[in-house]
Design a protein around this ligand. Structure first.
Ligand code: NAD
Ligand code: LMR
Length: 332
């Protein structure tokens, strides 16, 4: 029996993501929550003849949506319009995330939480701080979903070569906004064939892929379908790990808790220190099993430079999220 709650289920991401989750062989129950239309979306999906039971919950019924949830996936919040950065969403989305985190702390304190809402670099720290203040935070169970960056990286490399043979050697680490997104392509043999100009163009496209969609949608929002796909990929991988499959590693944004295997090494390898970061994480039934820190020893000079730029910006984004909850300025 596995219950998953989607908070923000009626939105551009929420609807296609809920559709994909309705098809999952690993789920028993799907609880859809939104401040609008969740019951309608749930009724629509409930006509699909798969075994996942779907129910919808209105604005005032967060408690029912969350009670008994093993996983909570959160795409609630406003998306970007052309000209905006993800940080411009902070003003509205920080409050939404704080409220939802308080709900999770109260009604599903043991659930694995997967945050999609932007700016991820700040919304995940907000979530962590609320859970910590409520005394229920467990670093193994909180994830920022950065899978779309990896999905984009794996897609865009094909623009440069007929066929990039070693997609599994590609990672995207750091955070989820512009310069904090650090594509790690150098482990793949095909990387050596790129000119510096091609490499820079490819990295830029991965870092700013979100802007491409925002511009193309021309005011009607940001990536929804590719994001729903990416979240589904991550959720399925986590569900497989929960079922006991071993060797599952995904790039995801987590809190660096020293009790987690590999975190001490990560901290010694990152100059200046960050508290949250996306790295390859080994998943298990308890969520984050270990951080695969070895990648940090394998960066080439160019990637090290990108990574240093990323961690500086990331620290500011993280502090902004923590400060929002604590009310006092977080240390940088
Ligand atoms: N992590 C990523 O890679 C990634 C990728 C794409 C988009 N996003 C982010 O995901 C978020 C959602 O994007 P979208 O395109 O689905 O937006 P959307 O506006 O289409 O949908 C958001 C939904 O959230 C709901 N909502 C608002 N406040 C809520 C609350 N308090 N409780 C529950 N639901 C609430 C809205 O009613 C709406 O249905 C945005 O912040 C966007 O920037 C993240
Ligand atoms: O670009 C955005 O604002 C949405 C999302 O973070 C993305 O990467 O597509």
């Amino acid at each position: 029996m596995v219950k998953l709650a989607v908070l923000g289920a009626s939105g551009g991401i929420g609807q296609p993501l809920s559709l994909l989750l309705k098809l999952s062989p690993y789920l028993t129950e799907l609880a859809l929550y939104d401040i609008r239309l969740a019951k309608g979306v749930a009724t629509d999906l409930s006509h699909i003849n798969t075994t996942v039971k779907v129910s919808g919950y209105d604005k005032d019924d967060l408690k029912s949506a969350l009670t008994g949830a093993d996983l909570v996936v959160i795409p609630a919040g406003i998306p970007r319009k052309p000209g905006m950065t993800r940080d411009d969403l902070f003003k509205i989305n920080a409050g939404i995330i704080k409220t939802l985190a308080q709900g999770v702390a109260q009604f599903a304190p043991k659930a694995m939480v997967l945050v999609i809402s932007n700016p991820v670099n700040s919304t995940v720290p907000i979530f962590k701080q609320v859970l910590s203040d409520a005394g229920v935070f467990n670093a193994r169970r909180l994830f920022g979903i950065t899978t779309l960056d990896l999905v984009r990286a794996k897609t865009f490399v094909n623009g440069f070569e007929q066929y990039w043979k070693d997609l599994s050697e590609i990672n995207v680490i750091g955070g989820h906004s512009g310069n904090t997104i650090v594509p790690i392509l150098s482990k793949a043999a095909s990387y050596a064939k790129l000119t510096a100009q091609q490499r820079d163009a490819l990295i830029h496209r991965i870092q700013f892929g979100g802007d491409e969609v925002v511009k193309a949608k021309d005011g009607a929002g940001s990536a929804t379908l590719s994001m729903a796909y990416s979240a589904y990929v991550f959720v399925e991988r986590l569900l497989k790990a929960i079922k006991g499959e071993t060797g599952i590693v995904e790039d995801t944004f987590i809190y660096l808790d020293s009790s987690i295997q590999g975190v001490k090494e990560v901290k010694s390898l990152i100059s200046g220190g960050v508290e949250f970061i996306s790295l390859p994480v080994r998943l298990s039934a308890r969520g984050v099993e270990a951080v695969e820190f070895g990648i940090l020893n394998e960066l080439n000079q160019h990637e090290k430079e990108l990574f240093n730029v990323a961690t500086k910006e990331l620290k500011v984004n993280i502090a902004k999220g923590i400060t929002f909850v604590t009310g006092s300025k977080a240390k940088l």
